[in-house]
Design a protein around this ligand. Structure first.
Ligand SMILES: NC(=O)c1ccc[n+]([C@@H]2O[C@H](COP(=O)([O-])OP(=O)(O)OC[C@H]3O[C@@H](n4cnc5c(N)ncnc54)[C@H](OP(=O)(O)O)[C@@H]3O)[C@@H](O)[C@H]2O)c1
Length: 244
């Protein structure tokens, strides 16, 4: 399929390589100018952001959530038929305090409102290391699963098929309004679960507790006495804290 990616950071770059490796056409852009792509490691064709949205079927946006309102003018020009996938998570320490989200608006509902388009939430509940290194062929025992949320069932199915090609099982996370169940601070978030485990984890999520648990993990990740932490250490910490 034909993909555009906005954001050549950690996740955007990993996705570009995995998509190219599985035979997809990929164009990639930086929202602030093509010069920002210099010295970045990605696969696919680097293009200005105005060009990344043309002649594509799927647009992946992989930016910090506070940057999303700045690309509204670009998103307004994206063809109706293009599926828009958002990988973002909201972190107040990085994204500044967002009053609407702090007051309970589901992160992806806020994103969709900012972009003025329906979005599919995907790739947000795997650590970058897991996304890059832990994919396995379909049918592998213990295969890790990703939650995918969105209101359009057929768009969601297309993204689920792509995720399967990239090495992960999928669980339908419901509509965008349900997607708080895969936000930071929940048992489904970056805990490397199988399809069955992830299905149960999504049901266990506690909306009120999630921001507190998210911030607890961030505090531990920023504690120099606890670092460096391996991917496994982080997954185990997430499992402990997000299930507490
Ligand atoms: N890292 C993970 O493990 C992980 C996992 C799942 C989901 N996510 C989420 O996915 C999103 C991307 O994560 P990431 O780890 O790839 O982040 P990242 O490495 O920090 O990359 C962010 C990208 O956004 C661009 N950017 C930053 N500030 C911007 C602004 N104000 N305007 C326009 N572009 C801006 C950066 O461009 P420059 O390089 O030019 O600054 C870079 O291309 C985030 O919302 C994150 O929470 C991350």
């Amino acid at each position: 399929m034909k993909f555009g990616i906005i954001g050549a950071g950690t996740i955007g770059s990993i996705l570009s390589k995995k998509l190219v490796n599985t035979g997809h056409d990929v164009k990639i852009a930086d929202a602030r100018g093509i010069e920002h792509l210099e010295r970045k490691e990605f696969a696919g064709t680097p293009v200005p952001v105005e060009d990344v949205i043309t002649n594509i079927e799927i647009l992946i946006i992989s930016l910090p959530s506070k940057a999303l309102p700045s690309i509204r003018n670009i998103i307004d020009q994206v063809g109706e038929e293009v599926i828009i996938v958002d990988t973002s998570n909201y972190y107040p320490f990085r994204d500044d305090k967002n009053e609407e989200i702090e007051n309970g608006m589901v992160e992806s509902v806020w994103v969709s409102n900012q972009l003025g388009r329906p979005t599919i939430k995907a790739f947000n509940n795997l650590l970058a290391y897991t996304l890059e290194n832990e994919g396995t062929p379909e049918g592998t025992i213990g295969r890790i699963a990703i939650a995918i949320a969105g209101n359009d069932v057929s768009q969601k199915q297309i993204i689920m098929d792509v995720v399967n090609q990239l090495g992960f099982d999928t669980v339908d996370g419901g509509s965008l309004s349900d997607s708080w169940r895969q936000q930071p601070g929940t048992p489904a978030f970056c805990t490397e679960l199988t399809k069955e485990e992830l299905t149960k984890a999504l049901k266990k999520a506690n909306k009120e507790k999630a921001p507190f648990l998210r911030d607890k993990v961030i505090e531990m990740l920023s504690n120099p006495n606890l670092n460096p932490l391996s991917n496994k250490d982080i997954v185990n910490m997430n499992r402990d804290i997000y299930n507490s």
